[in-house]
Design a protein around this ligand. Structure first.
Ligand code: ZN
Length: 262
């Protein structure tokens, strides 16, 4: 599943190029996860003001397998291209073989449709609202393992499986540690680690996983730098000990037993 950095990289790859474009046509393929909620033809003639991101939602939410392309010229629409916005500055196309993605129309973030999808999301990790002491207070309300709490996304969005594993390593916290047992100094370190990991991932173009590619078709490469993710049985880059893997909530978790304390 694409995580916040991949979605942000996608946004940056076409946001400037599509801004100000006038919509010439909209084509739909097979039904996606949720209905669009508007007659496609009514979008014709409107302008694209900008592309925003909230958590993993963009103009188009990228589901398990979706990817967005924006280009002046694209080959004819194929059977897995389920949404296409034709504008004066290029064509925005959603390619989504598994149809876990969706395109939903909302007038703004206060629109009931938007509130239903976005209203329960936690704060944005790369914006000023993500504060160490507020983060610590929120963690104190949770008894679940810290990695599960991060993945839930209702305290802070965008810390998916890879980035949770990496941030917990940088902060020296065992993924199984109960969230309410993490004191302010460790919560502050974890806060800094989340900002660092996600910031670097965006700068490096997101992680190369499955079929993710940004809207220009470039591949990210954050995975190349992983300290623990996907490194089971290999030597820890810090202490030389063996990286372990466990299952938490049906997801793989990687950690160093020596560097990360319960
Ligand atoms: Zn280690």
């Amino acid at each position: 599943m694409p995580e916040l950095p991949e979605v942000e990289v996608t946004r940056r790859s076409f946001a400037d190029r599509i801004a100000g474009a006038r919509i010439l046509g909209v084509s739909l393929g097979k039904p996606l996860r949720w209905p669009v909620g508007i007659e496609p033809a009514s979008l014709v003639g409107q302008s694209v003001k900008g592309v925003r991101r909230r958590g993993k939602y963009l103009l188009v939410h990228l589901g398990m397998s979706g990817s967005l392309l924006f280009a002046a010229d694209l080959p004819p629409r194929g059977s897995h291209d389920h949404f296409e916005l034709v504008t004066t500055q290029g064509v925005l196309r959603l390619h989504d073989p598994r149809r876990f993605g969706a395109v939903v129309h909302a007038t703004d973030l206060d629109d009931p449709v938007a509130l239903k999808l976005l209203g329960k999301l936690g704060v944005e990790p790369l914006e000023a609202g993500f504060d160490p002491s507020v983060f610590h207070r929120a963690l104190r309300q949770r008894r679940a393992p810290i990695k599960q709490v991060l993945l839930a996304g209702d305290i802070v969005v965008g810390v998916g499986n890879i980035y949770a594993s990496e941030a917990l390593f940088l902060a020296g916290i065992r993924p199984t540690t109960r969230a309410d047992r993490i004191g302010l100094p460790r919560a502050t370190r974890l806060h800094a680690a989340i900002v660092d990991v996600l910031g670097r991932a965006v700068a490096l173009g997101g992680s190369t996983l499955r079929d993710f590619s940004s809207a220009q078709g470039q591949q990210g490469y954050f995975q190349m730098e992983a300290m623990v993710y996907g490194r089971e049985g290999q030597a820890c880059r810090v202490c030389g000990g063996e990286i372990k893997a466990i299952r938490q909530g049906q997801r793989s978790t990687f950690f160093c037993p020596q560097c990360q304390r319960p």
